[in-house]
Ligand binder design. Structure first.
Ligand SMILES: Nc1ncnc2c1ncn2[C@@H]1O[C@H](COP(=O)(O)OP(=O)(O)OP(=O)(O)O)[C@@H](O)[C@H]1O
Length: 573
């Protein structure tokens, strides 16, 4: 948690302001009981009205001080804690943006969301409480003890019994409650995970009539969190009544023994009243501290989880010595003896892959499911680092290029079309921020999307719902093709991107694509041989190994895997 708190340095001026205001408020607080004792002892008991009025005015000034300083300290501490949590959220977001897919897989989406929301809130709350209590509680305790002894040293033994009793109570609560509060964060992660899966998979859940099963799964996770929260709060529930009992017994003892001292003339009535107030101040500052002790373990767990994200070294690093490609060579991808394993996996998914995809050529990658096609093309934009070998784009190793420079060269159409909430225009502009209307309509034309877009209510300004829910699968795919086209990249990557199109549209899109991709390298992942039959080069992947490279005719002659695929697919068709 200290590591996280170091980030508070930026707010040191405001923090100093909070501490000063809290200090002033506490000093005002500590003066009220002695002023009251003074009014009773020297004003009321002696029938001295002018004294009551002058001491009363002093008391009023201190009270106004309490109000003003507490408003200022609360305001400033709220600003500091809110700004601090904003800073943390920003840092997490920036870090996560730079994560490679490996790091995403390591944390999981649900956990990353909990970490950047709820965990940050825990830290925000603890910072707020610490800022207010850090100065107030110790000064109130020490100042209270000092003033109480000053008021009447003879009753100090009552406090000497009450204080250790409170400390023991707080320690017991901490011992049993601390761990429970910390474990609540992990359980909250689980609830978020189930909730997220349910929200994204709601159609499948309904189609397979798994609502009851999912309800039970959510109930288990939710009950687990609730039970822990109840257990933790049950323990917390002992704290308040426990402290009140100790406080009440302390008051009884002060009144009982104080009365005796008043009887023998060793104490005055006003002092007894002040003593009771000081005892309350001291005990309540202990309550404040104990609240803090309960919050700290949970916040410490959150801080650890946030630090895990912030301290994760991303495996995709920017090179120190950036290299750029030669202008004449734009549009070439070369794999040299590339092997790749997912982190934690025993077996490599790709083994010793070598091929070249050149400008103006279509390179198709074909193979059975799970043969490593998507993995292979995910390596080109450097979503993952290769385990062995190297990938060259325009004759430069992609590890030596900046990610921005590399990815600007690539227009990728993923297997699962992803659209963002916003208009169709916004979504196409994702490919090129400053795309003109002409460029957008041209891209839509080539992707065979113009017709359905113009039939929509507001054309290119039609709003796409979150996740592209208000367009069909084929429409989504065409929009995501248009988004890649508008970039006019050097390298096009189509990962099974025509699967949701009917064969007529598929053929039309492919034909129009030829006109715009002639100065680029085109890499197409496909399942169907019929769709890549005319490719300049077909790479046959078989369990992560290249089993053959050639044109359709060449492979039909000399590659068994390809021939087998072709004969079964073409027979079916
Ligand atoms: N993130 C991941 N972590 C670990 N293993 C993975 C991951 N993604 C894919 N794999 C494994 O890598 C292998 C190749 O997967 P890949 O998605 O590249 O195949 P594919 O040929 O594109 O399949 P499909 O045609 O079904 O999309 C599979 O065995 C898969 O289980």
């Amino acid at each position: 948690m200290l590591k996280i708190f170091k980030k508070l340095k930026k707010f040191s001026v405001m923090i100093a302001g909070v501490l000063i205001f809290v200090l002033l408020q506490t000093l005002c607080d500590l003066n009220i009981p002695s002023l009251m004792a003074d009014i009773v002892n020297n004003g009321i008991l002696k029938n001295n009205v002018p004294y009551v009025i002058s001491a009363g005015i002093k008391m009023l000034i201190f009270t106004i001080g309490i109000v003003v300083f507490s408003v200022l300290s609360n305001l400033l501490s709220s600003v500091v804690s809110a700004k601090f949590s904003e800073k943390l959220r920003n840092e997490i977001f920036e870090k996560v943006e730079n994560f490679s897919l490996d790091e995403f897989n390591k944390f999981g989406t649900a956990s990353l969301i909990t970490r950047s929301t709820n965990d940050v809130t825990q830290i925000q709350m603890v910072v707020l409480v610490i800022l207010r209590m850090m100065v107030m509680a110790p000064i109130m305790t020490l100042g209270g003890i000092f003033m109480a002894i000053k008021t009447d040293a003879g009753l100090s033994w009552v406090l000497m019994i009450a204080l250790p009793a409170i400390v023991v109570l707080v320690l017991i609560v901490l011992k049993f409650g601390g761990k429970l509060f910390a474990s609540m964060q992990v359980k909250l992660d689980k609830v978020n995970l189930v909730m997220r899966e349910n929200l994204t998979g709601i159609r499948v859940i309904r189609a397979f009539d798994r609502i009851d099963y999912e309800k039970a799964r959510f109930k288990t996770a939710n009950d687990d969190l609730t039970e822990t929260a109840i257990k933790a709060n049950k323990i917390m529930a002992i704290l308040m009544p426990g402290i009140l009992i100790i406080l009440n017994f302390t008051t009884i003892a002060i009144v009982w023994f104080g009365a005796k001292r008043i009887n023998i003339g060793e104490m005055q009535i006003g002092s007894l009243m002040a003593y009771i107030q000081y005892a309350s101040l001291i005990l309540f500052s202990f309550v404040m501290m104990s609240m803090l002790f309960v919050m700290v373990p949970r916040a410490a767990a959150s801080a650890k989880r946030i630090n895990e994200v912030l301290e994760t070294e991303t495996t995709i690093k920017e090179p120190l010595d950036l290299k750029y490609s030669n202008d004449e060579l734009k549009g070439e991808v070369e794999f040299r003896n590339v092997s790749f394993s997912y982190s934690g996996a025993d077996e490599p998914v790709l083994k010793n892959i070598s091929f070249k995809a050149s400008k103006g050529e279509v390179t198709a990658i074909i193979g059975g499911t799970g043969s490593g096609k998507s993995t292979l093309i995910n390596l080109i934009p450097r979503f993952y680092n290769v385990t062995e070998g190297e990938i060259l784009v325009d004759n430069v190793n992609i590890k030596d290029m900046s990610q921005h420079y590399l990815r600007n060269k690539i227009g990728i159409v993923p297997q699962k079309a992803v659209l963002f909430s916003g208009t169709i225009r916004d979504n196409i502009k994702y490919g090129k921020e400053d795309a003109t209307d002409d460029e957008i309509s041209n891209a839509l034309d080539i992707a065979e999307a113009t017709e359905f877009v113009s039939e929509m209510e507001s054309g290119v300004d039609t709003f796409i719902a979150q996740g592209g829910k208000n367009v069909s699968g084929g429409q989504k795919q065409r929009l995501s093709i248009a988004r890649a086209l508008v970039r006019k990249p050097e390298i096009y990557i189509f990962d099974d991107s025509f699967s949701a199109l009917d064969s007529k549209t598929d053929a039309k899109v492919r034909k129009s694509l030829l006109s715009v991709t002639k100065n680029s390298a085109v890499i197409i992942v496909a399942q169907k041989i019929s769709s890549i039959i005319n490719a300049d080069r077909i790479i046959v992947l078989d369990e992560g190994v290249i089993s053959g490279i050639g044109t359709h005719n060449e492979l039909m002659k000399n590659n068994d895997v390809y021939r087998e695929m072709a004969s079964s697919q073409l027979r079916e068709e």
